[in-house]
Design a protein around this ligand. Structure first.
Ligand SMILES: Cc1ncc(COP(=O)(O)O)c(C=O)c1O
Length: 477
């Protein structure tokens, strides 16, 4: 035990943060209403056995005893999340409650099948949790039927394709360059290999979906499924217009709300539920629950979707993740979550506006969602997305390079950067802090060299700003 105290004591100050930061955390409105997120332990916990090393929600003493290398990496990752600002639009910080549920003994349980109809004995407790996850999801999104077992968003989409397509059938979706996703028919993905695919695009002048072009392409291509829902699209989607195009060619409509599940649940983005035939989503992005995917549909397709998830595309469900989904959905049903989702969108708008004031060009001129897509070609013609990503990372701002509509560089280099507000909003950011963040992003990208190198003074000063913001908006304390 003494060894353990010695081992972790050097990091205690850093992991606890300053007293002032802890006090500020207590007054931080969003986080103080979500006690699980900001009450993640101090790194050490007194128990009857002694002192246990904790890393956020997870006790690490047993891991350290067996595998110090992994314990070090787990601890370092939590510290990385605490000491940097996460701007990757698809990421978030799950609560202690969600993390604990995912780290539970459910990881041991095989539960092939569905509640009440399993292929294994001993499923009464996983049945309880899967039923809770399903009922909460139905309430959150207003769906008739929800399958909560997909291991990921891609597996959720796979289940829908298995339900309505035969190999060789046709998918129409937004091109990857314009904000689509690999699992919507890209040649590198099984969807592009099993199915014939065609793309629609955003209007090059406005950056909004070209709904008329989509309809024309649908009429020419005659798809079996039209996919909507995107990875890098900053505007609200007009689901009805896409449904009308699908109806015109007698195709199914799959709305993949992976990124905006939380915004749709909170009513800050229109819902495709009740419009599209199938709605899929990720559960770990804006809705901030356990990691994985979901499929929603009406009763007519319920049995087919369930069979497509299991046994069609998956084996035993990851019940520990289903437990994380149930807990995260419970949190999302509380009024504080609606405030959070509104603030995510307000922060993204503030970020886009301030960056535009700094001379940046957000695709479509701004955002209605949780993300801003910066097209650097006009404002910073010599700076690639890759260089910007590197420069931002060097000062603790974690974003991702991204292709932009009409991209001229390779997907590994790109001309854009995608920045999102879900994770910083979980830390408690409101507009004022978001403006500081935008100023920091602008300063870094303005100064970034060809390889993402930064002048020393910029690196030093912006790193200090990031440290200050992390301390004022602490995480997993
Ligand atoms: C629109 C869209 N669909 C599907 C996915 C896939 O989700 P996963 O990574 O969980 O498979 C993503 C991932 O970001 C996405 O953006």
């Amino acid at each position: 035990m003494f060894f353990l105290i010695f081992l972790v004591s050097g990091s205690i100050t850093r992991y606890c943060g300053t007293t002032a930061a802890r006090e500020r955390a207590g007054t931080n409105t969003l986080l103080s209403r979500l006690p699980q997120v900001n009450d993640m332990g101090t790194g050490m916990e007194d128990t009857t056995e002694g002192v246990v090393e904790r890393d956020g929600a997870v006790a690490l003493d047993e891991v350290r005893a067996v595998d110090p290398a992994v314990a070090d990496a787990l601890r370092a990752e939590t510290e990385r999340q605490r000491s940097t600002l996460e701007l990757i639009a698809s990421e978030n910080h799950a609560s202690e409650a969600v993390l604990q549920a995912q780290g539970s003994t459910f990881t041991n349980k095989y539960a092939e099948g569905y509640p009440g109809k399993r292929y294994y004995a001993g499923c009464e407790h996983v049945d309880t949790v899967e039923e809770l996850a399903r009922e909460r999801a139905k309430e959150l999104w207003g769906a008739d039927h929800v399958n909560v077992q997909p291991h990921s968003g891609t597996q959720a989409n796979q289940a829908v394709y298995l339900t309505v397509l035969e190999p060789g059938d046709r998918i129409l979706s937004l091109s990857l360059d314009h904000g689509g996703h690999l699992s919507h028919g890209h040649p590198a993905n099984f969807t592009g290999q099993l199915y014939e695919t065609e793309s629609y695009e955003v209007d090059p002048d406005t950056g909004y979906i070209d709904y008329d072009g989509l309809r024309e392409t649908a009429e020419a291509f005659n798809p079996d499924v039209v996919v909507s829902g995107f990875s890098a699209y900053p505007r609200q989607v007009e689901w009805e217009r896409i449904q009308a195009a699908a109806d015109a060619v007698d195709a199914y409509h799959l709305a993949d709300i992976a990124h905006i599940t939380g915004l749709v649940a909170a009513g800050v983005h229109p819902s495709p539920v009740g419009v599209a035939d199938f709605v899929t989503g990720s559960t770990h992005k804006t809705v901030r629950a356990g990691r994985g995917g979901i499929v929603m549909c009406d009763e007519e397709h319920a049995d087919d979707v369930d069979s497509s998830v299991f046994p069609g595309g998956q084996g035993g469900p990851l019940m520990h993740n289903v437990a994380g989904k149930a807990v995260g959905f419970e949190e999302a049903l509380r009024p504080a979550f609606d405030e959070y989702a509104h603030q995510v969108v307000d922060n993204a708008a503030a970020l886009a506006e301030r960056l535009a004031e700094h001379g940046f060009s957000p695709v479509s001129g701004g955002t209605d969602t949780h993300l801003v897509l910066l097209d650097l070609r006009e404002s910073h013609p010599d700076t690639t997305g890759q260089a910007a990503e590197r420069a931002l990372e060097s000062v603790g701002l974690i974003a991702n390079k991204n292709t932009v509509p009409g991209e001229t560089r390779s997907p590994f280099v790109t001309s854009g950067v995608r920045v999102g507000t879900p994770a910083v909003t979980t830390r408690g950011f409101e507009e004022a802090a978001t403006h500081e963040l935008a100023d920091a992003v602008a300063r870094v990208v303005d100064a970034a060299g060809e390889d993402g190198d930064l002048p020393e003074d910029v690196e030093r000063e912006v790193s200090a700003t990031v440290d200050d913001l992390c301390e004022r908006f602490p995480l997993y304390e």
